[in-house]
Ligand binder design. Sequence first.
Ligand code: VG1
Ligand code: CO
Length: 541
Amino acid sequence: MSVRIVETTPFQDQRPGTSGLRKKVAVFRQSHYLENFVQSIFDSIDAPAGSVLVLGGDGRYYNVEAIRTILGMAAANGFSKVIVGRGGILSTPAASNLIRQRRAHGGIILSASHNPGGEEGDFGIKYNAGNGGPAPEKMTEAMYEKSLTISKYRICDIPQMDEIGDMLIGEMAVEVIDPVSDYADLMESLFDFELLRDFLKTGFRICFDAMHAVTGPYAREIFENRLGARPGSVVNSIPLPDFGGGHPDPNLTYAEDLVKTMYGEDAPDFGAASDGDGDRNMILGRHFFVTPSDSLAVLAANAKLVPGYRQGLSGVARSMPTSGAVDRVAEALGIPFYETPTGWKFFGNLMDAGRVTLCGEESFGTGSNHVREKDGLWAVLFWLNLLAVRKISVEEMLLDHWKTFGRNFYSRHDYEDVPAQAAKEVIETVRSRFADLTGSSFGQYRVLFCDDFSYSDPIDGSLSRGQGLRIVFADGSRIVYRLSGTGTSGATLRLYLESFEPDASMHHLDAQAALQDLVAIANEISKLREITGREKPTVIT
Ligand code: VG1
Ligand code: CO
């Protein structure tokens, strides 16, 4: 099969965001758009001839077409083999696992994660390096630079076929694998499946909502086939190219069906959901919601009860906007704790260096060093394993945790699709007030310091600036303002709020009620309502 060299011209908008390049499907379908970016990846990663690549995606619209294009380009760029999930499917954590297990040079994951899919929806592409983790900023910037000067790309044409099977494209082998089995085996090696089987036989009822996204086949295999959960415990389990028209984002707003089930009469004991590409998780008990920041803290505090973590944790890390609940656990356990910018790519170095075992983000992301991505089903299994050992409800688990460590009330308010200029103005308004805010008071809250968070990676020394504006109060409460790096239309402004409550008699309070003063202060400082004209957030988590 001959290699074609195709002349092209650069696009100006191919800078990867928090997690890869995400755009509307229509943008990706412009001729040469995908090819330019893929060639920019290949030109940046220094893969020696004969390298192996992992390839798969979350099954959204355009997944299969993109896979065909990338296979042809991989063959033309000298890879010896591409390992592809059957039907083009690989969840993000499963892809991370495969890269590591098969010692691939890296992998390409096609996903826009929690963003809506379908022809009118979003598409995305990201590169993960040989450790299985998202390319670090240095590498994504190099890809962007290449994309600005690209003049040609290399591709082999491959024959039209209904389904991609094992084949040779020129000298390059395509190996099609079962996307589920290796991942399910990995889960079985970390958690006590025997205990879980018995636990589910006692009548403990679970509901897992795959949101018509990639985790459906994984969850059916793990919960129903391997653990014997009642058939029907996994709902919305068939991946659809448009996710059934929904927003595959596991939170109280978008996982509406599950929330209804878990807050309804005769609710199951445990509910969970995952996102488009399977790396996020939401945990619910009967009539009870677990904030992701608390979830991370609970897993860290109880990790030794689970086989894969019996030897203890080397350390923990959280993204800056994530609540400080896990910091308190780290302190009690006497283990190191790290605070990184938003995005899983910042955890990779810490995990590779053996500094941390568990990591988490407030955005429904939790994971460990078993792979180099956050992992939705892993978090769900971790929770189930803990509940099976401790034999208490989800709510009791949290009340007990707060009694020991105190409660970090926490919430994130998202203002989606705000005109970019207005979102920028809000951020600049806050920044311009830094000097006069420091030392001033708002009711009981005295401002200790304000800054624009920057992170110096303790392993490779790289510096990342401009990672979110923090206003930190003397009692440890915080307000954080940040612009999203995953949206595809307008800007999404995120407001993160946190306060600490040591008094157990206050722990039952609703987080929104507990945080209402901070919300008012956050609006006052930023003039968010006046500038954006928005009366309330689009999504509250
Ligand atoms: C969001 C979350 C961030 C997460 C990222 C990718 O980014 O806030 O914590 O790592 O999505 O998650 P941003 O820049 O929009 O705030 V996923 O599941 O979309 O890959
Ligand atoms: Co995701």
